[in-house]
Design a protein around this ligand. Structure first.
Ligand SMILES: Nc1nc2c(ncn2[C@@H]2O[C@H](COP(=O)(O)OP(=O)(O)OP(=O)(O)O)[C@@H](O)[C@H]2O)c(=O)[nH]1
Ligand SMILES: [Mg+2]
Length: 600
């Protein structure tokens, strides 16, 4: 079920996830804009998606016969033509309603997966948006049976309660009407394509409720709607070889809307996000597909909340791994061991930890108990201990090498007996002092300089004692005084060493406090960002992909509430807003009803 066309990775889902295609998707670390196309079989879906990819030939395979062609869901990843650093993921789905298809359940899952995986869903149909076209969209009314938003809690959730939240999760909806040959005119007035769609979705007076259901659910679940109508692309005789025709041979009445359609999708199809606003990368989308397919295969109803939680665990583990890798990379770049002081080393560690934490915060989500952040903290703490140890070793090695070289001459003289003469002890002391001074002038010895010197001099104490004892020019009393002085000097050096050790312990403690503050600070910043995102979601306003200055209306949790009750969705929104200290917030009112309540 896999073919490779250039860089396109194809994936057949529902029962099977093609492993190569999945690996390809999971290797995409960029945020993804996911556009899926669904609709009846043999309606030109693959052809339209190829245009969206900028390919008039190649790409998704078309079929020219009456037999349905695309099977399963096929994926194509390509660099986003307008948004740098983003990947456009196109999902071409198997045509719905094929009479030859054995299992009708397959269609429902295809449609459900297209809804769950995409950020923009293009519904494709032929002719006009009439009652028949709407009835063919019965998959929308069945979504409540096939998607669960929340894991059933105590006492379970009402079906309506659950589906009222679909608006928060569902993709933007674009209806592509193909082979449309009518005039866009209503009651003698020219109308836009969007008005055409909205008019078709209006409830007709006296219409039985059952007939209104697809319209009702479309209005309810997909508050962001757009419509494009396309004329037939070429004369009937050329349709079978459409992908071989040059652009100039295509009808301008097809090319013009096709151009607007592509522009709209490229410009407005937003980056796919998870509930809570977390941006979906190719890796995440791959994991999401796996989670949903496993649920479907096991006969369960895919649940968005548990999928997001399962995803968060995978992603947060990966975020810990990535953060540690960032730490190591930064360390490689910043640290030259041994450092001159513990302070200097801890500053380097602090910078690396900050970058690592940033990488973690950018990737992790729903780490509500900070379980993964704690994991990262533990790892970085042991990295710090390891770093301190490596720094000490590097310093020790260097100091020992320096001392070895500087003490060569002195040791040679001891061996030759140069100090076994009257006054030899004073000369020995002078030479040793000179050697210590030279040692102290050598740069970049690191934090073990004093310790290693102390050990070195201690190891030479017996030699010094021997020289002292053999110096005939000294009286016994003088020898005793000299020995006492040597002991005092050694004690002094020992005191200095333990003072340095104590200072180091204190610095490490201070660094722990700093590290804790850094974690708290970055966590607070992330929580504030999440809070703003939640606010944006709840208020039904989301930042458009064009940047923060452009706001775009997208979702409204109270859209269908015209009876004044507000519904569970509105109540939940209001509760959340109150907890954020906000009394009221305007929301977009899409379908004013005769008895609607003030929308605040
Ligand atoms: N009449 C008409 N034919 C089209 C249009 N676009 C493409 N075709 C032709 O219709 C045939 C089917 O096109 P596909 O793009 O494979 O249709 P599909 O919806 O992907 O089909 P399935 O994968 O079987 O569901 C091909 O011969 C296309 O050249 C269109 O806008 N109008
Ligand atoms: Mg197709």
């Amino acid at each position: 079920k896999v073919r490779h066309l250039g860089t396109a990775g194809h994936i057949c889902v529902v029962t099977n996830l093609n492993q190569r295609a999945l690996a390809l998707l999971q290797s995409v670390r960029q945020p993804v804009v996911v556009v899926a196309i669904a609709g009846l079989y043999r309606t030109g879906k693959s052809y339209l998606l190829n245009r969206l990819a900028g390919k008039d030939r190649g790409g998704f395979s078309l079929g020219a016969t009456v037999q349905s062609h695309t099977k399963g869901i096929w994926m194509w990843c390509l660099p986003h033509p307008r948004r740098a650093g983003h990947t456009l993921v196109l999902l071409d789905t198997e045509g719905l309603g094929d009479v030859e298809k054995g299992d009708a359940k397959n269609d429902v899952w295809i449609f459900t997966l297209a809804v769950l995986l995409s950020g923009t869903l293009v519904y494709n149909s032929l002719g006009t948006i009439d009652q028949r076209a709407l009835e063919q969209l019965h998959y929308v009314t069945e979504l409540t049976e096939h998607i669960k938003v929340k894991v059933a809690g105590e006492g379970g959730r009402q079906k309506g309660e659950d589906s009222a939240e679909f608006v928060h999760f569902f993709p933007a909806f674009v209806w592509a009407v193909r082979d449309f040959t009518l005039q866009l005119e209503l009651d003698g007035r020219e109308i836009t394509e969007d008005e055409y769609l909205e008019n078709a979705l209006k409830r007709r007076q006296g219409q039985p409720e059952k007939l209104d259901l697809p319209k009702k659910y479309l209005r309810q679940y997909f508050p962001s709607r757009k419509c494009f109508v396309f004329d037939r692309p070429a004369p009937r005789c050329d349709l079978a070889r459409l992908d071989e025709l040059p652009e100039a041979a295509l009808s301008p009445d097809f090319l013009e809307p096709a151009q607007r359609f592509c522009s709209h999708i490229h410009q407005h199809a937003g980056t796919k996000t998870l509930p809570g606003g977390h941006v979906v990368t190719g890796t995440l989308l791959g994991n999401l597909a796996v989670t949903y397919v496993i649920a479907i295969r096991s006969g369960a109803v895919p649940c968005m909340e548990s999928a997001v939680l399962a995803l968060a665990q995978i992603e947060n583990s990966a975020a810990v791994g990535e953060a540690v890798a960032v730490y190591e990379e930064q360390l490689e770049w910043r640290a030259a061991l041994p450092t001159e002081s513990v302070q200097e080393l801890l500053e380097v560690h602090a910078q690396c930890e900050r970058e690592a934490l940033r990488a973690f915060m950018a990737r992790a989500f729903k780490d509500d108990e900070q379980q993964y952040q704690q994991q990262l903290k533990d790892k970085l703490d042991s990295k710090r201990a390891e770093l301190c140890h490596r720094n000490e070793e590097a310093s020790s090695d260097r100091c020992k090498a320096v001392l070895m070289e500087l003490s060569q001459e002195l040791e040679e003289r001891v061996r030759e007996g140069s100090y076994s003469v009257p006054g030899g002890y004073q000369r020995f002391l002078a030479d040793q002092r000179e050697m210590v001074e030279k040692y102290q002038r050598v740069p970049w010895k690191g934090i073990m300089a004093a310790e290693v010197l102390q050990q070195f001099l201690k190891s030479k104490e017996t030699v010094a004692q021997a020289v002292l004892q053999t110096d005939q020019s000294l009286t016994d009393r003088q020898r005793e005084i000299e020995a006492e002085r040597a002991r005092a000097e050694a004690a002094e050096r020992e005191a200095q060493r333990s003072q340095a050790m104590q200072a180091k312990t204190e610095q490490l403690l201070q660094d722990q406090t700093r590290s804790h503050q850094e974690h708290v600070q970055q966590l607070t910043a992330k929580m504030e960002q999440d809070r703003k995102q939640l606010l944006a979601e709840l208020s039904g306003w989301v930042l458009s992909s064009r940047g923060s200055r452009h706001l775009e209306r997208r979702a409204c949790p109270v859209e269908t509430r015209t009876d004044g009750t507000g519904g569970p969705c509105l109540q939940e929104a209001a509760r959340a807003l109150r907890s954020l200290g906000i009394d009221t917030i305007p929301v977009l009112h899409l379908t004013p009803g005769p008895r609607h309540s003030p929308r605040h």
